[in-house]
Design a protein around this ligand. Sequence first.
Ligand code: GTP
Ligand code: MG
Length: 195
Amino acid sequence: LFAGPVDFLKGVVHMDGLPPADRPEVCFAGRSNVGKSSLINALTGRKGIARASNTPGRTQEINYFTLGERSYLVDLPGYGFARAPVAVVARWQALLKSYLAGRPTLRRAFCLIDSRHGVKPVDHEIMTLLDRSAVPFQVVLTKADKLGPNAIRPVLEQVEAELQKHPAAFPELVVTSSEGGQGIATLRAIIAGLD
Ligand code: GTP
Ligand code: MG
């Protein structure tokens, strides 16, 4: 899927605002602040194409990016705590769930987990939703630069144990740092290998 230049296409706030389902796409899901937008910037080499910030709840729409003519990258709002009004958060959480459960051209969902925190109940809930909709998903650990190489081991074990519970999960996890570049080329190659 990784062919051609990346461009911002549109931000979507309703299911009927999604672009036509006419090409494959991958999305980045995860708790608020886990590093979804930063990962898109790192993957595309376009710092700032997806807006990242330290405020949980930064991304409030489903943001579509084109990769050449062939595919889409999709940045999702986070789930869990967000610094935004309750009614607004409820609306975008509903949108997020509808999207994850009902997008026919979604080839793979990347579920981002903070390397320091491991899988939380809300991550389990989203993974269960993906199982039920038969959306293949793969876990990406983020912010690996914040941990020493030994500190990550128990988190890897916890995540691997969690993945056993999910039929839609790929067993292979990718450890990344958008800041340091760890795992970015690997993830890019995984996306490029999808069709
Ligand atoms: P929402 O849109 O609010 O759901 O957040 P998000 O998941 O898109 O996170 P975002 O990319 O905005 O990053 C949140 C914060 O984490 C920002 O301050 C980033 O600079 C920081 N961050 C993201 N990735 C990394 C990383 O690999 N290493 C470090 N050290 N910080 C990171
Ligand atoms: Mg974001």
